[in-house]
Structure formats: C-alpha cells, structure tokens
Write a protein that binds this ligand. Structure first.
Ligand SMILES: Nc1ncnc2c1ncn2[C@@H]1O[C@H](COP(=O)(O)OP(=O)(O)OP(=O)(O)O)[C@@H](O)[C@H]1O
Length: 415
C-alpha cells in the first residue's frame, strides 16, 4: 500500500493484490512481472526501517531479490542497456534535457549500472550548477577525479569547475589580443591591421560575458585532456551529466565558432611572433606569445575533438531526459531537432517521473495522470521524438541519493 498526499487531499492507493508488486522503502510499486534475479555483484537487504535510503548492501554474496520493472510497456521489448553495456571499447553517454527533469539522477544511475556491469566508469558533470555530489551523497567537488564508493568496478566522478577552466582559456586568449591597449601599441608598431583583425574576433567580449555553452565546451575539452593521459585510459564508459538544454544547444555550435575564432588568431601567430620582444611588454613577461599561440592551437585541437566526439555514432550517444509535461516535451523536441541537425547521434528518450499505476486515484493524482498521459501521447506523434526509443521511468516516492538508491533507479530505467 502506498500513501499519496497533496495539500488538497490525501489518498491511499490500495494496489490490486492480483498484480505483482515490489517494495520500495515502505511503499509498493507494480511490476509487470516479478523476476527472480540473482545479482552477482550486489544485493539489497532492507534494513529494519525498510526505507530505500536505508537499504544496506551485501557485496558479492549472490541472493535473490525482486527487480522492479518500468511501469510502461515501450521498454519491455528493447534491449537498450544490453547494447549500451556491450563491448569494451570506450563509449560516451551524454545526458541532457530541461532543468530539473532528472538528468543527474539518470546519469549517476547509468554510471553505477555500468560500473556494476564491469565497466570502469567515469561520470562527469559539466553543468555549472553541479549536483553529482548530492546525487551520490559523497563529496565529489574539487575538479579532480574522485573515486565513488560502492560499485563493484571502479567508478570515478569529476565535477569540472567551469570558472577555473574558463580562466585558463581567458589568460591564453587575452595574451593574444584581448587586452585593450593592444591596438594603440600595434598601431605604433605598424601592425594596426593585425590589431583590427584581432578586435573583430571580440574574444575579450566573449570571455567577459561568456555565452552559456562556452563553459561546457571548455569543461568537455578538459575531460578529453584528462582522458588523453595513460592514467585514465582504463575508463570504458564515460557518462556526462550536461547542463540544461539551452546550454547544450549553444554548446553544439560553439566548437565551430571557437574553431573559427582561434583559427583566425593562429593565422596571425607568425606576425605576432615576429614582434615578440616588443609585444612581451604589453602581453606580460611571464608568457611568450609563441607559447601562448601553441596553447591556443592545443585548445583549438581539443575543440575539434569535442565536436567530433559529439558526432561520432560509433562511440557516442546523446540521451534526452524529459518529464511528461507539455513544456518539457516541447523543449525535448527542439533539443532533438537541433541534435539531429548537428548530426549528434540520439536514439533514446527517458521520460522520467511518471506516476506509478494505481487502482484508485485521488482527484489530484487523477488530474496529474491525465496530464501525463496527454503529454506522453504528444511524444508518440512528435515528428522528432516518435522515432526514439522511449524509456518510461516512474516517479518514486523517496529522494534518490546514494549508490544503493542509484542502483535501484538504474535497474528500473536502464534495461
Ligand atoms: N524518478 C524519480 N522519482 C522521484 N524523484 C526523482 C526522480 N528523478 C529525479 N528525481 C528527483 O528530482 C530532483 C531533480 O533531479 P536531478 O537533480 O537528477 O535533475 P536534473 O535534471 O539533473 O536537475 P538540474 O537541471 O537542476 O541539474 C532530485 O531531487 C531527484 O532526486
């Protein structure tokens, strides 16, 4: 039995006893079937209070437990997770969507599931407002890779500090044309044309008021930098918890934009280097322009890699997360169209927070359910979204925090 309450009313869902149910916390959910499932890795062992978050874990002691299956039919026939988990070559999963729909919860639960299925996994937050630490209930801050305790295979988390990453870029770019005294100085040197060309790039402006998406592009390029090193080549699954839709859309066009801007700067590299000694006094002593230009070239290369990564159908998939509301679905449809336009591989749509079935609804729940059903039918007729594989995930009645809870969510969503 599950208790549902709203300010207007309180109702009790008395689930039909003829249907199989599973206990989550002290509440019940329907399952389409109760499967005896032996987990080779972890087993949930409800503690006395039986709340989800107080489930304790018994490691590596196979025991039968009930697996809760999604409330919806569309995922039943798919082998979505099997495909995601197969192969040992590195794969990237980017989860994105409207703010607050459950991107972090879905990304973290996917990462836990990969790790529990034998993949050394890295989960990265490129959202300037990180919530990975909250989701894992562990301190993952600091901009470095932090091991997540709990899963069977190594799972590391990384919360990129966008401000710090941007600073790095800014310091390099400013030395290549961002500072205001440059034009006068260069005029004096007979290099006014270069200054004008640099001015056209508006790099200073770009960095002073960075467009949403720049942080994320830099954050992703930072991750690529990490992954280039020997130390991190063990990761076979990388899951990105991206910033809300608007940022993602801008991010997609950024690599092209930055590539063009940086490309122009690099064309001026030679001319700038020829005035090295004089320019040093303006650009600062600590960094010589040649070195700065090399750094820029590196950044440009990384931007190109980010763009290629987003479009690589063999290694990358963008998963759209949404909720069953007209607003969220409309936004997801736009996101999907933009992703397709940019040739980003997208084939999965997670519709999160769907009310679980109930034999008797209160007025509030009945209205909500009707709304959700209408929104879901919108997906089915949406020209962008209807072709995606739809995963329907239930709204659970406890907050999803910590590895056991994420494993629980992962077993519902990723099948
Ligand atoms: N299926 C679900 N059932 C119940 N609660 C959920 C579910 N999915 C997510 N939540 C809760 O919704 C809240 C928002 O989730 P989450 O932080 O994952 O969303 P987000 O899309 O990453 O948000 P943001 O855009 O702010 O980063 C959290 O409190 C999370 O526990």
């Amino acid at each position: 039995m599950a208790i549902c309450s709203s300010s207007a009313s309180t109702c009790i869902h008395s689930f039909s006893s003829s249907k199989p149910m599973a206990i989550v916390g002290n509440r019940c959910f329907y399952t389409h079937s109760l499967k005896s499932h032996v987990s080779p890795l972890w087993n949930f062992k409800p503690s006395f209070s039986s709340r989800l978050l107080s489930l304790s874990i018994v490691r590596k002691k196979p025991r039968t437990f009930f697996q809760v299956r999604s409330v919806a039919a569309p995922t039943e026939a798919t082998t979505g997770f099997d495909e995601m988990v197969s192969g040992t070559q590195r794969k990237y999963y980017m989860l994105g969507g409207k703010g607050g729909v459950g991107k972090t919860s879905c990304a973290a639960s996917l990462a836990v599931k990969f790790a529990n299925n034998g993949h050394p996994t890295l989960v990265v937050s490129t959202d300037p407002a990180h919530s990975l630490s909250d989701s894992f209930a562990q301190d993952l801050t600091g901009g470095a890779l932090v091991p997540v305790e709990g899963p069977y295979s190594p799972l590391f988390a990384l919360e990129i500090n966008p401000e710090k990453a941007r600073e790095e870029f800014r310091s390099v770019s400013q030395k290549n044309g961002g500072s205001s005294g440059v034009k006068d100085f260069m005029d004096g040197m007979g290099l006014g044309m270069i200054a004008e060309q640099l001015g056209e790039l508006k790099l200073g402006e770009l960095l002073d008021t960075p467009p949403p998406g720049l942080d994320e592009a830099i954050a992703i390029s930072k991750v690529m930098q990490f992954l280039e090193s020997q130390e991190y080549n063990m990761f076979t699954r990388i899951v990105f918890d991206t910033a809300p839709t608007g940022h993602t859309l801008r991010l997609l066009s950024l690599p092209d934009f930055l590539d063009a801007s940086i490309g122009k700067i690099l064309k001026l590299k030679q001319k700038i280097s020829s005035a090295t000694s004089a320019i040093k006094s303006v650009f600062g002593q600590e960094e010589n322009p040649q070195h700065a230009a090399d750094k820029l070239e590196k950044l440009r290369e990384r931007m190109i890699k980010v763009r290629e990564l987003f479009r690589d159908t063999n290694s990358t998939e963008f998963v759209i997360v949404t909720i069953p509301t007209v607003m969220a679905i409309s936004e997801s449809s736009r996101l999907c169209a933009s992703l397709k336009k940019e040739s980003v591989p997208v084939k999965t749509l997670v519709v999160n927070q769907i009310l679980p079935p109930s034999a008797s609804d209160c007025k509030f729940c009945a209205m909500k359910r009707k709304d959700q059903a209408r929104a879901i039918s919108m997906i089915e007729s949406d020209p962008e979204l209807s072709s995606l594989m739809m995963i329907q995930a239930p709204l659970v009645d406890v907050e999803i925090r910590g590895v056991p809870a994420l494993q629980f969510l992962g077993d519902i969503v990723w099948k």
